[in-house]
Design a protein around this ligand. Structure first.
Ligand SMILES: [Zn+2]
Length: 316
């Protein structure tokens, strides 16, 4: 087995256990999100297909290199473009998601793609503009995101999943089984994570980010926090996030406390009749102040505030 199976422009591959590799997105590359390659024994599974068909093609090669066979299945953790636009690069592998995620890819996913193509030229120019609010240390990441989107060949459309489920689906290989589980929506309207029970390895998509603020704009932070607690209860030793380096149970705990603090701050702001503008100028709690994507904090708080003011409660 190769020690350094693949290092390309878009991501770096690391072995995180026997037959399990993480593909960690490189700042400035066209992957944006992390992915995993899992050898089940006679079956190769790729978890999340990245932002662009170019990164997807590199990931398909890496999967072949690591496991000695082409991917049989690709899993989409949720509908967001940075996790699904590499799908087409894995043909003839089947793409799996929840039923809800498939519908969202076919509706919001296609609209998001068309919108990104229109707006990302200006967004790219803004990254290094004199009035740019993006911290210098984060600019390479944004450049890769916007440049990658613009570099996708004309005529590209996101490929829909072929196989759908709602709560749980297992993929069995000759050596082990990968469980795909959905507890509903947390980060997005429908999130899937993958779990190797014997190894305690969990692949979380955007249900986890490590060292950077998550994006809660399409989610329900209180439900998301409940979900993380439930996932920890399964027994987790290693956790692959959608963004940031490989983590563990403490990172799940940390994000859970971030999401609960958002929810608390939003509810107290609603009770105190604070305005959205006041909320936007809130200071980031000290525990999360060194996380990247700091601009997401205010957006996340506003999302929680809107949910709290319309009376949405966590689903139990
Ligand atoms: Zn996402």
């Amino acid at each position: 087995m190769a020690r350094t199976p693949h290092s390309g422009k878009h991501f770096r591959v690391h072995r995180i256990g026997p037959g399990v590799w993480s593909a960690i997105a490189e700042d400035g590359g066209y992957a944006l999100c992390n992915a995993a390659i899992i050898d089940l024994g006679g079956r190769t599974v790729v978890f999340d297909s990245m932002l662009t068909p170019m990164a997807g093609a590199e990931l398909a090669l890496a999967a072949r290199h690591c496991t000695g066979r082409a991917a049989d299945f690709v899993v989409n953790s949720h509908w967001h473009g940075d996790h699904i636009r590499g799908n087409a690069s894995f043909a003839p592998a089947s793409v799996i998601s929840t039923e809800r995620t498939r519908r969202l890819i076919d509706t919001r996913g296609r609209r998001q793609w068309a919108g990104d193509r229109r707006t990302m030229g200006a967004a790219l120019r803004g990254v290094d503009a004199p009035d740019s609010e993006i911290p210098p240390a984060e600019r390479a990441l944004y450049r890769g995101w916007f440049e990658g989107t613009l570099a996708v060949p004309a005529g590209f459309e996101p490929r829909s999943p072929d196989i759908t489920f709602s709560r749980e689906l297992s993929i069995h290989g000759s050596r082990r089984t990968l469980r795909l589980i959905s507890y509903g929506g947390g980060h997005s309207p429908s999130d899937v994570f993958a779990y190797l029970p014997e190894e305690g390895v969990v692949f979380l998509g955007d249900l986890l980010s490590v060292g950077l603020h998550p994006s809660a704009g399409d989610g329900v932070p209180a439900d998301w926090a409940d979900m993380l607690r439930r996932i920890r209860g399964l027994g987790v030793d290693v956790a692959l996030p959608g963004h940031g380096p490989v983590g563990g149970p403490d990172d799940l705990r940390r994000l859970e406390s971030y999401l609960r603090s958002l929810d608390r701050a939003a509810r107290s702001a609603v009770r105190a009749s604070r305005s959205v503008a006041e909320l936007r100028s809130s200071r980031i709690p000290a525990a999360f102040r060194d996380w990247k994507f700091s601009a997401f904090y205010a957006e996340n708080l506003v999302r929680s505030y809107r949910l709290a003011s319309t009376g949405v409660r966590p689903r139990r």
